[in-house]
Design a binder for this molecule. Structure first.
Ligand code: MRU
Length: 339
């Protein structure tokens, strides 16, 4: 099944619980807004494009569940729901983008039942488009990969981070589909191990060769000449930086040192045109994520912890940005990407 989907029979959201992988594959149902918000906060559903779909479906759910009888009160309910959903995770812009897209779509509705229909239709459209966009992006990006390449990636920017196919891993999948032999090196991605838990799992499902390394090994293997290219996803792209999972910036600096191309793969919905690094809030996560691994305490209970979920990589560290509109090389003129 897709990472996240709308169940037309029940009018609820179905999603793969990513906190259980790779040990258990379980699909859960979110039948209320609060269960969806909990799922987003706890990273049961995660990854920028999947969050875009979650935002859209969350609005569809809110429209369906609202008991409002008038247009005004229904729109008010939806505006409240929009704020609640957006506040769950502040950095990945796709979440707010998905929410706003549905809010905008219902503004054309003429009565309450058409608001509810349009909300569901638009949310499903967002999810369907995500798959198409990733495939298109993958095709463009695969041109940057050569037969025999070893590609390092960070976090999980695969089908689990999207509705399907993936962005960074979508590029790999497209290259493999074209007959190229590609090996992936997956960085573990502490503290929540999206690389070791999710990237390895989904690539192994597809029989794409993958080797797991701890984040701290990246410099060593680059220096040994074991990496040909790096491809990562993005949570938000502003005029000056790319926000992505914490650790991405470090890889980009090492890539420059070792003259390894560093590519970012992201749909245009991840672009925050006209914003700058300083205006974006980086999500701070629970200290326990660093003090415990799978429930086992690995640091003194009262130690001070700093746990930002994302970092910012300056544009000058990036060799190309791969989108569904094509591959963009420096200098990145966001105005060109927008059209
Ligand atoms: O905290 P997460 O797991 O939601 O972070 C995800 C990432 O940083 C991904 O690299 C990014 O969202 C791109 S997913 C295609």
């Amino acid at each position: 099944m897709r990472t996240i989907d709308w169940d037309t029979n029940t009018g609820t959201i179905k999603l793969i619980d990513q906190t259980l992988l790779p040990g258990e594959y379980r699909v859960i149902e979110c039948a209320t807004l609060s269960s969806l918000c909990k799922a987003i906060k706890s990273l049961k559903v995660r990854g920028a494009p999947a969050l875009g779909a979650a935002g859209g479906f969350g609005m569809a759910l809110a429209a369906r569940l609202s008991g409002a009888k008038t247009m005004d009160s229904l729109i008010q309910d939806l505006e409240k729901a929009a704020e609640i959903i957006k506040s769950t995770r502040p950095t990945a812009i796709n979440l707010a983008w998905g929410v706003d897209r549905v809010l905008h779509a219902v503004s054309d509705a003429y009565n309450t039942s058409s608001v509810r229909d349009i909300a569901v239709e638009e949310a499903i459209r967002i999810a369907d488009e995500d798959v198409k966009i990733n495939k298109q992006l993958g095709k463009y990006g695969s041109e940057l990969l050569d037969d025999g390449d070893v590609v390092m990636t960070h976090c999980n920017a695969g089908r689990l981070a999207c509705v399907d196919w993936g962005t960074a891993l979508g590029v790999v999948r497209s290259a493999v589909e074209e007959g190229k032999s590609i090996k992936v090196v997956a960085c573990e991605t502490r503290p929540l191990n999206q690389g070791s838990r999710l990237t390895t799992w989904e690539l192994m499902q597809d029989d794409i060769p993958v080797t797991l390394i701890a984040d701290s090994m990246a410099g060593h293997i680059m220096r040994r000449g074991m990496i040909d290219k790096i491809v990562v996803g993005a949570d938000r792209i502003t005029e000056d930086v790319v926000f992505n999972k914490i650790g991405t910036y470090t890889h980009s600096v090492l890539a420059i040192e070792h003259e390894i191309p560093f590519y970012v793969a992201a749909p245009t919905s991840t672009f925050d045109f006209k914003e700058w690094e300083g205006s974006v809030k980086i999500e701070m996560r629970d200290p326990d994520e660093l003090k415990f691994i799978s429930g086992v305490q690995t640091a003194p209970e009262n130690v001070e912890v700093y746990n930002p979920a994302f970092d910012a990589t300056p544009m000058e560290n990036i060799s190309a940005i791969i989108t569904e509109k094509g591959v963009f090389h420096p200098p990145f003129l966001l105005d060109e990407i927008r059209v």
